[in-house]
Design a protein. Structure first.
Lengths: 103, 312
């Protein structure tokens, strides 16, 4: 699964997958977590645009709602997609850093 | 209903049924700034444009991307028609018509615009016919309420006819539209243009929404006694390329035409030479911006469609 298919929602989708990597969270908890770890505040429309795509693609699944808040968790497919994307980013980061060091 | 409720209502019904309650709960905690509202507006618009009718919401498959691609080219074409009407308004009954007999570049660019218009229309009709036929057939085989949106182009046309009829009535019964044009006459002309543009916009959005909500990939067409299966979006892609090339050609030709026309008669720039006696500079700028936007939209649609075919 390539997150690039999500268009303008590809970056928010990666942030959401990363946020869910340590366990299930509902929308507001995801927003707060993402803001804490990256400094990026996702707007509510963007968050749910990406969430809906991730769910439709089978990368996350909804859990039973608690007090009107619905938590989401990664599926096996989502874990695979997240690993793949992070490995790609890691490779990019290490290549970029190496090039900077040799410049 | 409070602001949150209104914002949630902006989303399509099936989206609200699935996410509405939790989204409302989220907004209770995080709706802080006007930027949040703008973000929600874009989110709702996106949901309307991409929503598939079934609850398998936003399956990001090739067919959906190709469908969006084709619809983007269609929307761009409608915008181009509006711009084309404006160019016709510049030329109609203007000093530029006799100039085209002596100015070769002006004449060639005008012919190019005409040829491009014919080519783009043919491409849209050929590419869109199977899709239009399929969607219209669904009107008669399903009871979906949103299919009534297909009446919007008819209503838009009716509104235009009524407005135009009123103007004709006024021209016969009053002196409002007699030359020299007054600010009232200019206002009425801009009103006509606005009705036309709003009608085109509403019709495009309505058609987009109905087609988006119609889950069609392949359809059988009875041709010469046989059922020929056509993948309607894939079939429309090549004509969409032709339509886009035509629009690019017309855009370039229009720039040349305007440049040649107003180089020869710069005095007309300060007059009301635009369509329906509108201000020349304003109409010229808006026309070119609309054309450029249409070309960019159409090219973006093709790139999106091409990428969907590569990933298929």
């Amino acid at each position: 699964m390539n997150l690039a298919d999500f268009g303008r929602f590809s970056d928010p989708a990666l942030l959401i997958l990363s946020s869910l990597a340590d366990g299930s969270k509902h929308g507001y908890a995801m927003m707060s977590d993402i803001e804490t770890i990256t400094g990026v505040r996702l707007g509510p429309g963007t968050l749910y645009g990406a969430l809906a795509r991730l769910e439709a693609s089978g990368l996350i699944k909804a859990l039973p709602s608690k007090d009107r808040r619905r938590p989401y968790q990664l599926t096996a497919k989502g874990i695979g997609a997240l690993r793949e994307q992070l490995a790609l980013l890691q490779k990019l980061a290490s290549t970029g850093l190496k090039r900077l060091a040799s410049a | 209903m409070n602001v949150r409720g209104w914002l949630v209502q902006l989303y399509p019904r099936s989206w609200r049924e699935r996410y509405g309650e939790e989204f409302n709960a989220l907004l209770e905690e995080c709706l802080h700034t006007p930027l949040d509202m703008v973000d929600i507006l874009f989110g709702a618009l996106d949901a309307h444009l991409e929503l598939s009718h079934e609850m398998n919401w936003r399956s990001m498959n090739m067919n959906n991307k190709l469908r969006t691609s084709i619809l983007m080219v269609f929307a761009a074409y409608i915008a181009f028609i509006v711009a084309g009407m404006s160019i016709y308004g510049f030329a109609d009954d203007s000093p530029f018509i006799p100039m085209m007999k002596t100015n070769l570049l002006l004449s060639i660019s005008w012919r190019t615009i005409q040829a491009g218009a014919v080519m783009a229309l043919a491409a849209i009709v050929i590419g869109g016919a199977p899709l239009a036929w399929t969607v219209i057939r669904r009107v008669f085989t399903s009871q979906r309420k949103d299919l009534q949106l297909l009446l919007v182009p008819g209503y838009a046309f009716l509104a235009l006819v009524l407005y135009f009829g009123t103007m004709v009535y006024l021209s016969f019964t009053t002196a409002i539209l007699n030359p020299p044009a007054t600010s009232t006459a200019h206002g009425l002309m801009w009103g006509l243009i606005s009705v036309f543009i709003l009608g085109a916009l509403a019709s495009t959005v309505a058609v987009w929404k109905v087609v988006s909500n119609t889950d069609v990939e392949q359809e059988a067409f009875p041709i010469l006694g046989k059922d020929i299966k056509i993948k309607v979006y894939e079939f429309a892609f090549t004509p969409a390329i032709v339509a886009t090339i035509s629009m690019i050609g017309m855009f370039i030709a229009s720039i040349i035409w305007f440049w040649q026309a107003f180089s020869a008669r710069p005095d007309l720039l300060a007059t009301h030479q635009g369509p329906m006696m509108t201000d020349t500079r304003v109409a010229l700028t808006l026309t070119l911006i609309l054309m450029a936007g249409a070309v960019v939209t159409s090219c973006s649609g093709l790139i999106r469609g091409r990428s969907s075919q590569k990933t298929a």
